[in-house]
Design a protein around this ligand. Structure first.
Ligand code: GLA
Length: 730
């Protein structure tokens, strides 16, 4: 049993293999966050909470004579608002009488085996894992609000999931103005926060900052999780390294407007609050109605950043993504986008497919431009009907030809969008999100469809289903190429406009769910101008997401490394593209482009018909290597091989089989220097006493030597050289 309630001490202990999470009900019914850290051996951790009378930190009425007990400094499980905790609130409400106060006290709890799903939202899947769940109900009797805190413990995965349900138990309306998924108070310590910021074409770059008494906000109000701030943060010991130090992870399983706030307070305690971004959000709860927040995935380790990454990789591969992809090999694909952009014909695509199939590429993906009036990005979105002028014989002929080559066929869609210049917009202008009486803000000359409107969802379901029914399509690339603005639904009354952003996300999830239920063998790759919607919510439906529109192998080193802190390589869409690269103009060798793309789902995105015989031969070898290492890359443990020189001069990473029988080390030199230093790479994750042979050589070294002495390598000549070293246990 991984959740224990000790009635005499009034503590809940949530136990995973390597962590303990403790909650206490105090004498006035406050829910105190006692502890999250290494297992505390059945100790009530309340002794750590020392009451100090702090000026200007008030006391709840029951504690008015005990001035040390202020909710402004007590570590809490889920704070209310407006009653004396001046740190970040978890909740915001407006009660019928206009009051903004909410004072939450323990009402009841239940513990059960298993895990309930959250209606309408993706959540971490239980499968056949041992999962125990806890629901603690808090109440504010004055307002008539119940707040259920839901926890599920994935014991052997060292993960605790959380979400919150708000229930209006009064007979009056309550407005929710903020509804956090999770809050975590960490009482002591000297912490750094790590988040993953960026921009289009440079997503999820790791940013590490020491906390001071301040509030740090990681958020998006773009209607999507965004290129700019990923919904994942790490709190780590100031001295933590890849292999050492305490780390907490907080990841939101949500693809819309998010906010993660981190506050260090006057007493040096740290609070993290994560959930839907409350800006432009409000939810009207009528009597008896309830509201569920998205789920948060929390993890703790004492063993540094790589260990925290392994926890997230494991849970995402096995319990967020559809687990079947752990055992189904995904096809190596070729995508025509950077080969042709909008300028293609059936013949051109078939030529690409023919050359690709001869080299061992398994799927052709036809990107943007196959439908409606779509010769550039100004028109056509919404008209999901094949453009026969461009594709002679339609998709049927094309998909049949591709099938004849023994390849699979994939197709690009951008379902949630519409161009003004489209039949769909001309027929249904009210289906787009636009502010009445105002010109809409345009981006890529397109508007966003109102996914909160069931009719829109049905239209898209029917269009996409028709294409899937009539053609042989096994993959969809699901794109999303602008941020939301003018978020106003003509389908909802004025008082519900604050709900539209979240209802939009619910509509998208619902459409994805319906399609995957109707077509269980369909694989959907997520995309949003590259990695603008790279989050655990989308990964629930899409086992892989196009990581970035920047396909430059050297830029990808930063992007893929930042992504690796929270997300597994199996989720990272990565392709070999042309050189010079289309985004940066940089030239890199084909071999280096191959090494970088192999830290992902692997594929090609270039005009293969224009490549020389030598290049084609090299591609064939790359494909053979990727197939050889496929399971090691997809299922193995991923390590960032960090050393001092690393950031500036080179990057190295390693895949180690879970049984430690083999390891693949990858190194790419970013900055070539004359008379350079020897690069010594210290491997990780091997068996100390086992001997490992460097494949293709007579070099055999112990795991201990490779890990603690390291492997010296001298590559520093030419443009961006790289190497792949395969060590096999003998
Ligand atoms: C986005 C995607 C690209 C490509 C284009 C097509 O930018 O990230 O890969 O599909 O759209 O318009």
């Amino acid at each position: 049993m991984s959740i224990v309630f000790d009635d005499s001490r009034k503590i809940f202990r949530l136990l995973t293999l390597n962590s303990e999470y403790q909650i206490k009900i105090d004498d006035i019914g406050l829910l105190i966050h006692n502890y999250y850290g290494r297992p505390a051996c059945d100790t009530d951790m309340t002794y750590q909470i020392i009451s100090v009378d702090r000026g200007f930190s008030g006391n709840l009425f029951e504690n008015r004579v005990d001035r040390g007990r202020s909710i402004d400094v007590l570590p809490q499980e889920y704070s209310g608002c407006g009653v004396g905790d001046y740190r970040i609130s978890s909740v915001g409400i407006v009660a019928k009488n206009g009051s903004h106060s909410c004072d939450l006290r323990y009402k009841s709890h239940r513990i059960y085996e298993g895990k309930e799903e959250i209606e309408g939202l993706p959540s971490v899947r239980k499968y056949d894992d041992d999962v125990t769940s806890l629901v603690i109900t808090l109440e504010d009797k004055v307002v008539g609000l119940e707040v259920e805190l839901h926890y599920s413990v994935f014991e052997d995965k060292d993960v605790i999931t959380r979400h919150t349900k708000f229930i209006n138990v009064s007979d009056k309306k309550i407005h929710l103005e903020k509804a956090a998924s999770a809050m975590l108070d960490v009482q002591y310590g000297c912490w750094d926060e790590i988040h993953f910021a960026g921009r289009h074409c440079m997503e999820r770059v790791m940013s590490r900052n020491k906390l001071t008494q301040d509030i740090k906000v990681i958020s998006s109000k773009r209607g999507m999780s965004s290129h700019h701030e990923n919904p994942f943060v790490i709190l780590c010991d100031h001295g933590a390294t890849e292999a050492y130090g305490e780390c907490y992870g907080m990841m939101l399983m949500y693809s819309g407007n998010h906010k993660i706030e981190i506050e260090q307070d006057q007493a040096g305690s740290t609070r993290i609050v994560a959930g839907i971004n409350e800006e432009n959000f409000s939810w009207c709860l009528e009597a008896a109605e309830s509201f569920d927040t998205p789920e948060a995935i929390m993890a703790y380790t004492k063993d540094g950043l790589e260990s925290l990454s392994h926890i997230y990789h494991n849970i995402i591969r096995r319990n967020v993504c559809d687990r079947k992809y752990m055992d189904v090999k995904r096809p190596i694909l070729i995508n025509n986008w950077e080969a042709t952009y909008f300028d293609f014909t059936s013949e051109k695509i078939i030529d690409i497919a023919k050359d690709a199939s001869e080299l061992g590429i398994e799927m052709l993906v036809l990107d943007d431009g196959w439908f409606g009036k779509r010769d550039d990005d100004n028109s056509g979105l919404g008209d999901w009907f094949v453009n026969e002028k461009k594709l002679d014989g339609g998709l049927k002929r094309l998909s049949d030809e591709i099938e004849k080559l023994g390849m699979k066929f994939g197709l690009w869609f951008e379902p949630e969008m519409v161009n003004e210049d489209s039949n769909l917009y001309r027929e249904h202008p009210d289906w787009a999100l636009v502010d009445p009486d105002r010109h809409p803000t345009m981006a890529r000359n397109q508007l966003v469809l109102d996914m909160s409107n069931k009719k829109v969802e049905d239209y898209l379901f029917n269009c996409i289903s028709k294409i899937l029914d009539e053609n042989n399509i096994s993959y969809i690339k699901w794109d999303f190429n602008r941020s939301l603005s003018n978020v106003y639904s003509k389908n909802l009354p004025n008082k519900k406009q604050g709900e539209v952003s979240h209802r939009f996300v619910l509509g998208t999830y619902s459409l994805l769910e319906r399609l995957l239920s109707a077509y269980p063998n369909l694989m959907i790759e997520g995309c949003s101008g590259g990695g603008g919607r790279f989050d655990a919510g989308m990964l629930y439906y899409c086992p892989q997401i196009w990581c970035s529109d920047d396909t430059d192998a050297i830029e990808r080193l930063e992007i893929q490394e930042g992504t690796s802190f929270g997300y597994p390589v199996s989720a990272v869409g990565s392709h070999v593209s042309a050189s010079p690269n289309h985004q940066t103009g940089r030239s890199t060798p084909l071999s280096t482009r191959g090494v970088v793309a192999m830290a992902g789902t692997f594929g090609y995105e270039l005009d293969i018909t224009k490549m020389s015989a030598e290049e084609k031969a090299e591609i064939k070898e790359q494909i053979a290597s990727y197939n050889k290492y496929y399971w090691l890359i997809q299922k193995g443990d991923y390590y960032r091989l960090y050393n001092e020189e690393y950031a500036e001069i080179y990057k190295a990473w390693e895949f180690v089989a879970t049984d430690k029988s083999e390891a693949l080390v990858n190194i790419v030199v970013k900055k070539v220097q004359a008379n350079a230093r020897i690069k010594v790479i210290k491997l990780r994750g091997l068996e100390e006493n086992a001997m490992y042979n460097l494949e293709g050589t007579k070099t055999t070294l112990s795991g201990a030597a490779l890990m603690y002495g390291g492997f010296a390598i001298n590559i520093s000549y030419g443009d961006y050289p790289s190497a792949q070293l395969h060590f096999v246990r003998v």
